[in-house]
Each structure stands twice: as C-alpha cells, then as structure tokens.
Design a protein around this ligand. Structure first.
Ligand SMILES: *Cc1c(COP(=O)(O)O)cnc(C)c1O
Length: 396
C-alpha cells in the first residue's frame, strides 16, 4: 500500500482484509517462546474461542500456512485410501480442491470424482445427493460454502443434509474460509464433519494461519485410517499436540496472540451482529451495483463478497489502478479457472471482518464516480444514485 499518500487507504479485497489496530498492537509485542505455559494458555484460549465461533464441541486445530495448507491437510488426512473422493467445482477454490484430490490419486489410490457447477451458480443439494447415490464407496465430500472467486454461496446446511442421507459413511469437509465469521454456519448442528477457515478473511488477522474444526466422525476417521502420505500435513500429528495445548512445530506466535484479540472483538460485537453487519453491507453493495446497471456475477450471491461484471468499455487494470491511486480503495479483479475466465471481466469487493458502512459507502462512491467517468454512456444512473440506493439498504 502507498504510505506516502494523504488519501486514506481502504483494503477491501476478499482476502487479505484489514486488521484492526488493537490486533496490530498485540502482534507487535515481544516474541515469547512457544514451549512455555504462557504460550500454551494463549493457545488453549484461542482454540476454545475458535470452537465457539465455528459452533463445534470438537477441537479446532491451528495450522501454520494459508487456508490452502489447512484444507489440503484435511483432504489428505480424512480421505480413506482406495475410496472415491468428491469435490464440487464452480469456482477457483472448488477447482483447487479437485486438483488436490487428483494430486493424491496415485499415492492414496483415490478415485477422485468431480461435480461441476457453472461459475456463479451454487451446487444443488439434489445434485450431490444423486451423485452420492450412484457411488457406494465415497469417503469424503469437499464443498466450498462461500466461493470467493464467484462471490457465490451455497446452502451448506441443505448440502450437509443431502450428504448424510445419501452417503452416511462419507464425511463432509467444508471450505468455510470466507464464511466462518461472516455468515451463519454451525458446524455440529448442521452435520459438518470438518470445517476449514483461514486467518486473513473474516477473522481480522494477516495471512499465515489455517484452522480445521474436527467433529466426532472426523476424529473417528483419523483413528481408523492410521496415517496420511505426508508429514506436516497429517492432522493426527496436530491433534496429538493440540491435546496438550500446543502444536507440533514452531507456531506463528504473534499471529496466535493477535487472533485471541480479534476473536474477543468478534465476541464483544456479538457473532449475530457481525453476521448482520456483513449481510447489510452486501445488500447495500448489490443495490448500488444494480442501480449502476451492472450485472452481478453470481446468481446466488454470498454475503461476504460481492462481484459484478464490468461494462464493455471499462478496462480492469485502468479501473482498479485509479480506484487505488486516486481514492485509496483496494478491491480485487476476477480469477481464471477451468470453468470460466473472469480475470478482466469482473471486480469484487469484500464485506468481511473489519469493514464498516463508511468503508463500503466510500468504496461504492468511488466506484460510481469512476464508472461515470469511464463509461458515461452505459451507466444506468446519475451521480449519487448508486450510493443513495446503498444507503437506503443500510437504514432499513
Ligand atoms: C482465500 C480462499 C482460499 C485459499 O486460501 P489461501 O489462504 O489463499 O490459501 C480457499 N477458499 C476460499 C473460499 C477462499 O476465499
């Protein structure tokens, strides 16, 4: 970020997201050694508060790395060798989990099975149910709750019910990387066997930690299958250390300290209020996009991130550079994958974590002004109308 500018900088990308000042200050404290009672106490409290956030009675492992590290660890540790493993596509991240299953196909004799969904659409629970009924030996189903690349959320509660009824022996592994802490999700009550999230999205921390919540059935699977074809990524190793309030390898101590402060902030606001704030910002943003005449890139929009297609005459690089350099607004473009190529075609704005109505309105105002300058003929409204539509959503 440009620190020499007098324009306030707002990081509104769907990861990494802004980090609150009290968390930054906590992370600036002197490093303590991790094999100490002091660290173990902090670590234990972080684990308890994460479990509360994910609404699980099971352990929540904190793994150094990014969200992908934690998700791959869950995939490789929970898949039963020789079985069919299912991953739902529909975006960059779903496709990544498909790629990871493919990667272990040989070493674990897995039979990876892909469920494809058009980008911008959510997987239907009926489709999952049908596929699972056609395959008897499915051991693991990986589904993304909030697909950040397409700004799309699926009905993960209904997906969980479908998995339970069609394949009672299969575990459900959910990518909640942009849903936990942003949208309602209840791990145990909804029957999610393993739930993964990351530090740099809704949890108000820099990148560097991935979390895996393990339900009872996932814990049983880890006992039943003795070891994965990996070392650092084997969750059994992390689970064993977790029971002693620690981790197997040197942890990012500063991040863990910061996470404790961020989790307390979430609890202070109240998880439900956090969800309401996130949803309101998403509604406001969608109203502004629609008023501008932009098409949303999702048919079932997520509340943690919003995305819209550019008008034809707007160039992604020009637009986002101007937003950043002239207005201090940092947003994301689109991504490419097997199902679609959205880089250059869409832009995305995050509503997760440390973001207020003021931040969102500032971003929408800048987006509106710039689009009116760059594509005056195609924008459907006059100056101020998109922001007014957003504000109208916020006062409801
Ligand atoms: C960001 C993200 C990931 C990947 O996380 P990394 O921390 O970049 O590895 C996976 N899934 C979703 C839905 C994400 O938003």
């Amino acid at each position: 970020m440009n620190t020499s500018t007098t324009v306030q900088q707002r990081l509104l990308t769907p990861g990494p997201t802004a980090v609150p000042q009290p968390v930054l200050e906590e992370m600036a404290r002197p490093i303590i050694h991790h094999r100490t009672a002091e660290f173990e106490a902090i670590f234990a409290e972080v684990g308890q508060r994460l479990a509360k956030l994910m609404q699980t009675r099971g352990p929540v492992l904190s793994i150094a790395g990014s969200g992908t590290t934690a998700f791959e660890a869950a995939q490789v540790s929970l898949a039963r060798p020789g079985s069919t493993v299912v991953a739902v596509g529909g975006g960059k991240f779903g496709e990544r989990w498909q790629d990871i299953f493919d990667q272990y196909e040989g070493t674990m004799t897995l039979k990876p099975l892909r469920i494809e969904v058009p980008w911008g659409e959510a997987v239907s629970p009926d489709t999952i149910e049908q596929v699972l009924r056609e395959h008897e030996d499915v051991s693991l189903v990986a589904v993304v709750h909030s697909e950040t690349s397409t700004a799309t959320a699926c009905d993960i509660r209904a997906v969980a019910a479908a998995v339970q009824s069609a394949a009672p022996g299969a575990l459900l592994l959910v990518d909640g990387i942009t849903s936990v802490g942003a949208m309602p999700i209840e791990q145990d009550a909804w029957g999610i066997d393993a739930l993964v999230t990351g530090s740099q999205k809704a949890l108000m921390l820099p990148p560097g930690l991935g979390y895996v919540g393990l339900g009872e059935r996932a814990l049983m699977r880890l006992e039943e299958v003795k070891a994965g074809p990996c070392y650092n990524l084997d969750l059994r190793r992390w689970l064993k250390a977790h029971a002693k309030n620690t981790v197997p390898f040197t942890p990012p101590v500063s991040l863990i300290r910061g996470q404790l402060v961020a989790l307390k902030m979430i609890e202070q606001e109240g998880l439900e209020n956090v969800h309401k704030r996130t949803a309101a910002l998403a509604r406001a943003t969608r109203a502004a996009f629609t008023t501008l005449g932009l098409a949303l890139c999702s048919h079932r929009p997520s509340d943690s991130v919003s995305g819209a297609y550019y008008p034809d005459e707007v160039d992604d690089k020009t637009f986002r550079s101007a937003l950043r350099d002239e207005y201090g607004i940092h947003i994301a473009g689109g991504q490419d994958g097997r199902g679609a190529s959205w880089s250059g075609r869409i832009f995305r704005l995050s509503h997760m974590g440390y973001v207020s109505a003021e931040d969102t309105l500032a971003a929408l105002s800048a987006i509106e002004t710039l689009l009116l300058k760059l594509a005056p003929g195609t924008i459907a409204c006059k100056a101020g109308e998109a922001v007014a539509a957003a504000e109208a959503e916020l006062v409801r």
